[in-house]
Unconditional design. Structure first.
Length: 343
């Protein structure tokens, strides 16, 4: 039996496990596991978690994103009541660029350009399409339970290198640690760039998704989740690893909501909303000049290793697409052609 160890118990690690053959012996390792109390030691519970085509991604990454949408869509259709996934309408409005810049304009369901009458005065253009929105507090334990039901094991461990996991005697080791890839001694990824995000989760029943991309860093998003909560954000700072929540940034987010969607945000005052909690989070990605998301195999100290990290916009947008590619790489490792003279 093929034994696979996945280091990283977030959305990336678990969706990878879901795409591997059911007769594999799979162990997922994490210092934090789905169902644990909320902590900033991992990113998956804090994400906005709505599929959107990542602007500026390369052709390889675009295919991973589309495959991810297909996987999320399938689960949302088959398990609408308990998965924490919902098919939703997305609206994106931009103050710059043109519709030709939207690489997914001919690829996602329900895509259309917004009419001028549907746009604010300062917008260059806008689009709408169907997407999938996720509630991480529901989805993460749900997919864990499904994996455990098919025999996947979850194990708590805090390692400083991939080599430390040799005691599990796996055939293939998958590195799905995200930002921790920069700290693993035998990976020491130096290309990861942080994005600081500050957001809010509010008690508000909203069944759509909305993104506004303005000039000079002006940004706002709003993702209505199937559990009756809504994720709202507006702070994105490239190169800043700070996870601190700032009161002034909370007010900035709500002021932008009030400016852009006054019917939904009649006031910029935080006291006027049922805020469940603030989110101060970061994600780390590999820039395009460094090759973008790292999805590749290597032999590391004699161990067959597959790396899966560095996605722009985080794990949910890539989840099932990246996972399918990793499953192919595992098969490549396990069914290598022996070559001349090796029979």
């Amino acid at each position: 039996m093929v034994a696979v160890t996945i280091l990283g118990a977030g959305v990336t690690g678990m969706t990878i496990a879901s795409q591997l053959p059911t007769d594999y012996q799979i162990t997922i390792i994490g210092n934090v596991l789905p169902g644990d109390p909320l902590t900033t030691e991992w990113a998956s519970p804090w994400a906005g978690a709505c599929w959107v085509g990542v602007h500026g991604s390369n052709a390889r990454e675009q295919q991973l994103q589309l495959d991810s949408l297909a996987g999320l869509w399938k689960l949302a259709k088959e398990h609408p009541d308990d998965s924490g996934l919902r098919i939703s309408k997305m609206t994106e409005i931009l103050e710059y660029g043109s519709p030709e810049d939207i690489w997914y304009r001919t690829k996602v369901p329900g895509f259309r350009l917004l009419r001028p009458s549907e746009l604010p005065a300062q917008a260059a253009f806008g689009v709408t399409y169907s997407t999938v929105c996720i509630s991480p507090p529901v989805f993460l334990p749900w997919i864990r339970a499904r994996l455990e039901a098919r025999g996947v094991k979850f194990q708590r461990d805090n390692v400083e290198s991939l080599q430390e996991l040799g005691y599990l005697n796996q055939d293939v080791l998958i590195n799905a640690t995200g930002a921790r890839s920069k700290d693993l001694v035998d990976v020491a990824e130096k290309s990861l760039v942080p994005y600081r995000l500050q957001s809010l989760l509010i008690k508000f029943d909203y069944d759509e998704c909305y993104i506004y991309r303005g000039n000079n860093g002006y940004y706002f998003n709003m993702f209505g989740r199937p559990d009756g909560t809504t994720y709202i954000g507006g702070i994105k700072e490239l190169g800043n690893p700070d996870r601190t929540v700032y009161d002034q940034d909370r007010r900035v987010i709500l002021t932008r909501g009030n400016h852009l969607l006054p019917s939904l945000f009649p006031s910029p005052d935080p006291k006027d909303y049922q805020i469940l909690y603030d989110i101060g989070n970061t994600y780390h990605f590999r820039p395009q000049e460094k090759g973008g998301a790292r999805v590749e195999k290597e032999l590391l100290g004699g161990q067959k290793v597959i790396h899966a990290y560095g996605q722009e916009a985080g794990g949910y947008c890539y989840s099932f697409g990246l996972s399918r590619r990793v499953a192919e790489l595992v098969a490549d490792f396990m069914y290598e052609w022996p070559g001349p003279g090796k029979l």
